[in-house]
Design a protein around this ligand. Structure first.
Ligand code: FCB
Length: 481
């Protein structure tokens, strides 16, 4: 630890002494398709990501999740690593295509893997935090309509039942979906995530059917006895570029609906936002919503997971000449036409950026966490279920990874969580994305988010400086040192 920058060590020490609530969970997160590998082993069949990765040009470098970081075979070693880092909780997802290949019959070998993982975690004193859907629909279900089909919501409920039947005696925390914004709009309208469809109608159907899947699964899990059921959303502050400009205000309103309110309102208030319904009038959205759906969707949540990487400066005008804009904006521009023909652009604020080209604004996390409580009075407890940064890492001759920028990103964002708590936000945990470098979806293996480096030739794991600092921070914060 002596070679870590003194300023970062001081910042970590100061963070340790912030008043973290009793029982605050310090964890790290991964997702099945990004780490497991064993893409077609022990009965697992294609998920939409296996199929999407085979589409020429869909994934950078043609990278596939077939081997990923081989967590399927190295699970005990990875759990030992988590223990050595002092993690209190581990957020992982189960693969539907492993547990019910093709969504036909249950694959016992698939369930057994997760059962062993849960036992290993509990044996190491680490709380399992399970997500049922982190974007990897069985390809066979996609071929029968995917999330554009209402039937998929019912299939998802049955899959949730199966997983609970095998793990419900040991897993207490159940998350239905991870980031439905990405698995509906970016996957079915923007086409940049699997299954890569570009259809406004399909995307709108995916939005509602994933909500319905959440409601049905949450209801089933509760009936079976689950005590802690929630969902994870990736939320953003939609900041109008110019508060006096009508076009910017309207673009921010539309973007806020797409990124935040079409998830938050059905879940927390039992309705879709009026302005969104108006924007999509004529696309058949309201016909998708059957009697009783919103009641199922809005059954009280035990927690809300919030993923935060960046927030957004939104304009209703074309980008000014020479403004590179915000890279993630291109994804959104493709998705935005279904709320009108006007522009939604993201002019740069000139902030530093991560290796994903995402602008860094740690205070945006404080703002988001406090704003949620103000805007939704019945908000359940919050957990930051993902936050982290990709950078190009270099391993030194001595086998160290001095990822100063990632370390700074983590310290600043953890500080922002502490600030939110100090302002009254009910935040009960923080999960760093990610435990390991992994398959970053359409960006393949080129983007490294891990606090642990993975050599993709040898699959050797090496803790980065960010992991060492995070570990020291959470151990001492936990013990109150
Ligand atoms: C989130 C995803 C996660 C990972 C991070 C970088 O949107 O939930 O799987 O890809 O971004």
């Amino acid at each position: 630890m002596t070679s870590l920058p003194a300023k970062q060590l001081e910042q970590a020490a100061a963070l340790r002494s912030r008043p973290w609530p009793a029982g605050f969970l310090w964890g790290s997160a991964t997702a099945a398709a990004q780490i497991e590998g064993a893409g077609h082993e022990d009965g697992k069949e294609d998920s939409i990501w296996d199929a999407f990765a085979r589409v020429p040009g869909a994934v950078v470098n043609g990278d596939t999740p077939e081997v990923a970081v081989d967590h399927y075979h190295r699970m005990p070693e990875d759990v030992a690593l988590m223990k050595s880092l002092g993690l209190g909780s581990y957020r992982f997802s189960t693969s539907w295509a492993r547990i019910k290949p093709g969504d036909r019959t249950v694959n016992q070998a698939g369930l057994d893997f997760y059962s062993r993982l849960v036992d290993e975690l509990l044996g190491a004193g680490i709380l399992p935090w399970l997500t049922l859907y982190h974007w990897d629909l069985p390809q066979a279900v996609e071929e029968q309509g995917g999330w554009a089909s209402r039937d998929t919501a019912h299939r998802f409920r049955d899959y949730a039942d199966t997983v609970y039947g095998a793990l419900g005696d040991r897993v207490q925390h159940w998350t239905t979906f991870n980031e439905p914004f990405c698995s509906s709009l970016l996957s079915y309208a923007a086409g940049i995530h699997a299954p890569g469809r570009i259809s406004r109608e399909d995307a709108l159907a995916a939005v509602h059917h994933q909500h319905l899947g959440h409601g049905l699964a949450a209801g089933a899990l509760r009936e079976l006895g689950a005590g802690n059921v929630g969902i994870t959303l990736n939320l953003s502050n939609a900041i109008p570029a110019d508060l006096t400009d009508e076009a910017d205000l309207d673009a921010a309103r539309r973007f806020d609906a797409l990124q935040n309110r079409i998830y938050l309102e059905p879940l927390l208030l039992g309705r879709y936002p009026e302005d969104f319904l108006h924007d999509v009038a004529g696309l058949g959205f309201e016909q998708l919503v059957h009697d009783g759906d919103l009641a199922a969707i809005s059954a009280p949540l035990d927690f809300l997971g919030v993923n935060y990487y960046h927030d957004d400066n939104v304009s209703g005008h074309p980008l000014p000449e020479g403004d590179p804009g915000f890279a993630a904006a291109t994804d959104r521009e493709v998705a935005s036409p279904f709320v009108g023909s006007e522009h939604i652009t993201f002019p740069t604020r000139g902030l530093p950026r991560t290796g994903m080209d995402w602008e860094i604004n740690p205070d945006g996390l404080r703002h988001l966490l406090t704003r949620l409580g103000a805007e939704y009075p019945d908000l359940p407890p919050l957990y930051v279920t993902e936050n982290g940064a990709a950078y190009d890492d270099e391993i030194t001759a001595g086998g160290r990874i001095h990822d100063v920028e990632r370390t700074q990103f983590v310290l600043d964002h953890v500080g922002s969580v502490a600030d939110a708590i100090a302002e009254g936000a009910d935040v009960r945990g923080y999960f760093l994305w990610s435990l390991l470098d992994n398959y970053e979806w359409a960006w393949g293996y080129g983007k490294r988010f891990g606090m642990v480096h993975v050599d993709y030739e040898t699959l050797v794991r090496t803790v980065k400086d960010s992991g060492l600092v995070y570990s020291s921070l959470i151990r001492n914060a936990l013990t109150g040192a």
